[in-house]
Write a protein that binds this ligand. Structure first.
Ligand SMILES: NC(=O)c1ccc[n+]([C@@H]2O[C@H](COP(=O)([O-])OP(=O)(O)OC[C@H]3O[C@@H](n4cnc5c(N)ncnc54)[C@H](OP(=O)(O)O)[C@@H]3O)[C@@H](O)[C@H]2O)c1
Length: 207
């Protein structure tokens, strides 16, 4: 996943209240290689290091996000980067284990974070987030692959935003894994933009 700089984060926070609660959707937004991987064989995302997140429209995307959902592995990986790029947006971490959060006195970058653990299924989780959210904005399913697959299987994703970087990995963590045999969904292409570095950002909605 890509993370914005702190100046971009300030712009994001200012623009945050961009949509009405009634317009809220669940959006899966991930960076992906040309051959469909969201991480390398070891779960790393260093293939994204060559691309500057500030030129890739993440500020605009985050401006419309009110809440985030991510899997435990993705959460732990983000913490290992030593940054929390999502400000105070409420973040649900799906996990079966107690969360271990950084002490924000020792790690002040984590101070704004509002993180809670959950083990709810996609539709219940969406309903629970909807109930607790005052602010308008979308619910961003950050990933990883397991969480995405659960939401896709439950038909709980309204919009897909894929940021396709010109990299081939040959092996790695696919966008969707462990899906039932025969599963497919036709999506409607809404928009594609070519960004610096040959990155293509595409938006798809439910058909
Ligand atoms: N390219 C991108 O934009 C992008 C974005 C996000 C992630 N990623 C990559 O995706 C990879 C991680 O994906 P992943 O599939 O391995 O892991 P993940 O989806 O991040 O996390 C999976 C873990 O979350 C917990 N979990 C998920 N759903 C749950 C539920 N309903 N109830 C309770 N616990 C639940 C379980 O952990 P426990 O049972 O252990 O608690 C599970 O093992 C990383 O390599 C990361 O880099 C890439």
């Amino acid at each position: 996943m890509m993370v914005p700089s702190s100046s971009e984060q300030a712009k994001i926070d200012r623009a945050h209240r961009a949509t009405e609660p009634a317009d809220r959707v669940v959006v899966a937004s991930l960076a992906i290689t040309l051959d469909g991987f969201v991480a390398d064989e070891r779960g790393g995302v260093s293939f994204l290091d060559a691309f500057n997140p500030d030129t890739l429209g993440f500020d605009r995307f985050l401006a419309g996000v009110a809440a985030l959902v991510m899997g435990r592995r993705t959460f732990d990986q983000i913490l290992s980067f030593g940054v929390w790029p999502y400000g105070s947006r409420p973040t649900t971490v799906l996990t079966t284990r107690p969360l271990v959060l950084p002490d924000s006195r020792a790690q002040p970058w984590f101070a704004p974070a509002r993180v809670a653990a959950s083990a709810l299924a996609p539709e219940e989780l969406r309903a629970s987030i909807e109930r607790s959210l005052g602010a308008p904005g979308d619910i961003w399913i950050v990933g990883g692959a397991r969480v995405l697959a659960d939401f896709a299987r439950a038909d709980a994703i309204d919009r897909w935003e894929l940021t396709r970087v010109p990299v081939l990995l040959a092996r790695g963590v696919p966008l969707l894994e462990c899906m039932p045999s025969g599963w497919s969904r036709k999506l409607t292409h809404t928009r594609s933009d070519v960004l610096p570095g040959g990155v293509v950002h595409s938006v798809y909605s439910r058909t």
